[in-house]
Design a protein around this ligand. Structure first.
Ligand code: ATP
Length: 262
């Protein structure tokens, strides 16, 4: 069940033994990004920086451009202008596979599990870009099972049998198998009961604080996101309207009323 799945979370297995622990130098920088769909300009010159090993919340109403920002960073759509830098390394315009290899993993909105596959088959998808030996793959899988114990208990079960919280764990575990330095999370709390949502947020904190991942967290639920984030960026109609430390944004009553809905 989901509560246990989440609360066992990331703490059980020590540091992420995969290069994901930051040396403090890595960060993601998006500079003047313009992207869209045909005639639609969804991002109109967006600049966002995610500090290494920190949580950066990307907030804003429906249609603000949050999902498009993550899609552009992960190579799913090509930017029309601007740059995307990973630790000063320009990854703009790379394919999704190249972006994953560079160290950026994306957990899209909607949980993205394949219900007809088992938990283990879903996890294997996270290792598609691996070129390592079979034994190394097995060891990596066991690391994730140790980190997410309830997934280990259900490894041969179809993903369709998992609860919402467990599905969220599965997609995060799958993303971690790609050995990222930067994790892009699109609305991980969507559709979860409040208690499970709080546990997912707690897991996000541990991935950042204990395992050194740089996290970009897109959330409609601005209050919850700002409670765990270090920094926040507010988008509106494809533009950045505010960028500040999370506590400052949470205390800004006018901003909250206009853009954040609380
Ligand atoms: P939501 O929380 O509703 O997902 P969002 O902030 O993530 O909102 P985006 O999904 O990035 O916003 O959408 C930004 C703009 O791009 C919106 O005007 C949206 O209608 C448009 N858009 C998004 N996806 C597509 C698409 N596949 N084709 C055309 N327009 C799109």
């Amino acid at each position: 069940m989901s509560d246990e799945a989440v609360s066992n979370g990331a703490a059980s297995n020590g540091a992420v033994s995969n290069g994901a622990v930051s040396n403090g130098a890595e960060a993601l920088a998006v500079e003047g990004l313009v992207a869209g769909y045909g005639e639609v300009i969804a991002l109109d010159g967006v600049t966002v920086t995610a500090a290494a090993s920190g949580i950066t919340a990307v907030l804003g109403a429906n249609g603000a451009g949050k999902t498009t920002l993550l899609r552009a960073i992960s190579g799913m759509i090509k930017p029309r202008r601007g740059r995307i830098l990973l630790a000063d390394h320009d990854v703009t315009g790379r394919s999704p596979e190249q972006i994953v290899r560079a160290g950026i993993a994306h957990v899209p909105e909607g949980q993205g599990v394949i219900p007809e596959l088992t938990v283990e088959e879903n996890l294997r998808i996270g290792m598609m870009s691996w070129r390592g030996k079979r034994a190394a793959r097995g060891a990596a899988m066991e690391e994730e099972y140790a980190r997410f114990k309830p997934l280990a208990d259900r490894r041969r079960k179809l993903a369709s049998t998992l609860s919402g919280g467990e599905r969220q764990m599965l997609v995060i575990a799958r993303a971690l198998l790609a050995r990222p330095r930067v994790l892009l999370l699109d609305e991980p709390s969507l559709g979860l009961a409040p208690r499970v949502m709080a546990q997912v947020m707690d897991l996000v904190v541990r991935l950042s604080r204990e395992h050194g991942l740089t996290i970009v967290l897109v959330e409609q639920n601005a209050r919850s996101a700002l409670a765990i984030a270090d920094h926040g960026v507010v988008l509106n109609l494809g533009r950045v309207v505010a960028s500040a430390d999370a506590a400052t944004l949470a205390a800004d009553v006018a901003l909250r009323h206009h853009y954040l809905g609380f």
